[in-house]
Design a protein around this ligand. Structure first.
Ligand SMILES: Nc1ncnc2c1ncn2[C@@H]1O[C@H](COP(=O)(O)O)[C@@H](OP(=O)(O)O)[C@H]1O
Ligand SMILES: [Mg+2]
Length: 243
């Protein structure tokens, strides 16, 4: 199995597990989110250990082993991105399985289990065309302060949505044109989504245009821009001038 096939299979299986846990109906709210986080994490770590015993893993839900910093290949995973939305019975949540090689997110899969969809780095283009007036997806609960200025400058509309993976995949799917975030996030929130978006030919960077670098000792990666390439320059002009 290739790395991308493995990422896809694990994302799909973890997504199926999360759907079945939710449909059991035994837990609700935060308790459901906690169970989902833990059980998906265990499944992902088991599968990676079995299939790639020599690789390192950085997971939102596992203790960080800093010896990964010297490793070439590190799987960066978020077992349940959009825990809040998952536990609210919504569709905007995701499973992220990314592989950074020398800090670059080159392989990955993002499952959107409630939509029965898994997107991975075997894509080479977005799934459909962009809209005339850009649709800008932002966090439902923590929209970035820069988004309003971007919407105004590009005459776009803001679309609140949960989960970094769901928002990034909305751009890959052609359901949105721009995903912008600031104010806090971690490597697992964006590694697999960025890998998939870049494979599909989209722009992905920090909001000052700097490259996104993974497998750092400090796993904070607080801001992110993923967009159709035709919008990158105009968005960065706004976000850079807001500094
Ligand atoms: N200001 C912030 N600080 C830390 N994490 C943040 C954040 N804003 C968003 N995130 C994380 O980014 C992911 C997507 O957030 P949002 O839905 O608001 O866009 C969520 O991951 P988890 O659900 O894995 O915790 C959330 O916790
Ligand atoms: Mg997350």
């Amino acid at each position: 199995m290739t790395d991308v096939e493995l990422a896809n299979a694990i994302a799909r299986e973890a997504g199926e597990l999360l759907c079945s846990i939710r449909s059991e109906g035994k837990q609700q709210g935060k308790e459901l989110g906690r169970r989902g986080d833990q059980e998906a994490n265990t499944l992902i770590l088991d599968r990676l250990k079995e299939a790639r015993p020599d690789d390192f893993v950085l997971s939102e839900e596992a203790k960080d082993d800093l010896s990964r910093c010297a490793a070439k290949r590190v799987w960066i995973v978020d077992p349940l991105d959009g825990t809040r939305e998952y536990s609210e019975g919504r569709e905007d949540w995701a499973v992220h399985i990314g592989l950074a090689i020398d800090g670059v997110p080159v392989i990955g899969a993002v499952a959107l289990p409630a939509l029965d969809l898994v997107l991975d780095t075997s894509l080479s283009a977005p799934l459909s065309d962009g809209a005339g007036s850009p649709r800008i997806v932002v966090s439902r609960t923590r929209p970035p302060r820069e988004a309003e200025a971007v919407a105004e400058a590009l005459r776009g509309t803001m679309v609140p949505m949960g989960s970094a993976g769901a928002k990034a995949m909305a751009v890959v799917r052609g359901e949105a044109d721009i995903y912008i975030h600031s104010g806090g996030q971690y490597e697992w929130d964006s590694c697999a989504p960025v890998a998939v978006a870049k494979a599909a030919g989209l722009h992905a960077s920090r909001i000052d245009g700097a490259p996104l670098i993974y497998n750092c000792e400090d796993v904070s990666l607080p801001d992110l821009l993923i967009c159709r390439p035709e919008h990158a320059e105009a968005v960065l002009a706004v976000t850079r001038s807001a500094d």
